[in-house]
Design a protein around this ligand. Sequence first.
Ligand code: TYM
Length: 344
Amino acid sequence: MNKPVILTGIRSNEEPTLANYLGAFVPIVQMQKQYAGEYQINMFVPDLHSFTTPIDHQNLYQNTLNNLKYFIAAGLDLDNPDTFVYRQSHISAHSELTWILDCFTYVGEMGRMTQFKEKNGESSESVTMGLFNYPVLMAADILLYNATYVPVGEDQFQHLEITRDIATRFNNKFGEIFTVPLSTKEQTEFMKRDKGLRIRSLTDPTKKMSKSSDDDKSKILLVDAPDEAAKKIMSATTDSVGVVNFDWDAQPGITSLLQVLALLTDRSQEEVNAEWVGTTNYGDFKKAVADAVASFLEDFQARLRSIDDEALHEKLSVSESAMGEIANATLLRAQKAVGLRPRD
Ligand code: TYM
């Protein structure tokens, strides 16, 4: 099994949003279709990452399974023998490697992570060690499987870069133990994008759409009723310019909607812009986006209802066993390097 590895994950802390769908589900499904046979695809749910901020633990187990179903509803083909789906906590090497990497990661580096700084700024009393240490666990997720390609949204770029730093530092000290994933620039090229994807909040388009936001109107959930989702789009914050333009700085709300429309209707940004840029009726434009969102959700939710739970469980069991072996082999290399196991 020496194919290049594409790997990504989605936490099961909250219901995923349209931004998660466009930022992570769609790219991996497209890659599976495009590169079938040439690459190994690892799609996992980082369930240990899912309570770095408080959640309702009653729902965690089921939410983790639901996330996997969302991937299938998004088009991931379980029959593909090069595709593996698994849960992070079911492969204990993730936690074990994290500890080793922790001892080669500096507190100063972690303190500079934007996501940590933002949450720490909100309420430093309740910020946990888990949140602080989150990027190191993410580095373990990636390095255990020798992943080269890690399709993620722009908000995860900093974590990907720190993964490269940790891996390079470890390799410099101990020899070629880890595969260093590609830089975010190279990842973006691989995803055939000109920059990282950052779908905006519907109520404050200067911010990203976030599944952990308390403001229900700021996000479209994949389980939202299609007509409710359409209403959220119709009431999305835009601007008072009065002309549709693709301009992230001056009109981030309108621009984000143009982007969502292109991505959901599988058309190029140029094509969608040619249709709408210069028009002056925001209501008509929003209606087109609202219709696209509602029709996407209808199709997606119908696919979700038809998923065969048994097939998912079978795939999980095969994948967790196969990936456990690969993860343990990498872990052993790291254990030997640091002297926890005898060197050959
Ligand atoms: P998470 O669960 O917050 O988000 C899952 C994926 O959705 C992307 N995303 C977005 N993309 C575009 N616009 C947005 N507004 C937006 N919001 C979220 C994220 O970039 C991500 O791709 N730490 C990760 C999970 C993780 C992981 C990994 C990912 C853990 N280990 C290893 C890849 C490889 C996270 O919290 O994603």
